[in-house]
Design a binder for this molecule. Structure first.
Ligand code: HEM
Length: 139
């Protein structure tokens, strides 16, 4: 029984590691942008947003957004992570983001990807959710 559990755990760990390293490959070659650069793209014919440190050009999607384009335009050219999460988007919505991915924030402006993307040997740094900085004391 114990062996079965150990074998299951190994399978899960291997699957997670392989997903993380494919994520690293997927994101490490993306162009880097600053928030200032993102902020130049705030119009209906040129609309970028940041979600979890990744930069998306969602211009083509504005007309298709189920919540309407105006609610999205309020966040055009900005970090929309909290509002995107707060709108309780489905997994489908998260999956749709992929199609519009154009870049990643420069390293010192990242909140969720806080460590170097090249540091793939450190398993703690390879997950989008696993590398957040520790909150300061008192938070
Ligand atoms: C950037 C700011 C965004 C805000 C404030 C926002 C807000 C919302 C809100 C309030 C709804 C609910 C609409 C309703 O129930 O009538 C919604 C639905 C939806 N949004 Fe957004 N949205 C944003 C960006 C995006 C992006 C970038 C995508 C995908 C590329 C997206 C995909 C969807 C989808 C697929 C739905 C339908 C419900 C679901 O499957 O989650 N949204 N959004």
């Amino acid at each position: 029984m114990l062996e079965l559990i150990q074998s299951l755990m190994n399978t899960v760990t291997t699957a997670i590691k392989s997903k993380q390293s494919s994520n690293d490959e997927k994101y490490s070659n993306l162009p880097e942008y600053t928030l200032a650069q993102v902020s130049e793209h705030w119009q209906t014919n040129d609309c970028w947003v940041v979600v979890e440190d990744l930069v998306y050009d969602i211009t083509e999607f504005l007309d298709e957004h189920p919540g309407g384009q105006y609610i999205v335009m309020e966040h055009a050219g900005r970090d929309a992570t909290l509002v995107f999460r707060g709108s309780r988007h489905s997994q489908d919505a998260y999956d749709m983001l992929d199609k519009y991915l154009i870049g990643i924030l420069i390293e010192n402006e990242r909140v969720y990807w806080s460590r170097s993307r090249s540091n793939t040997n450190d398993s703690n740094s390879s997950s989008i959710y696993g590398s957040s900085p520790q909150p300061s004391k008192g938070l």
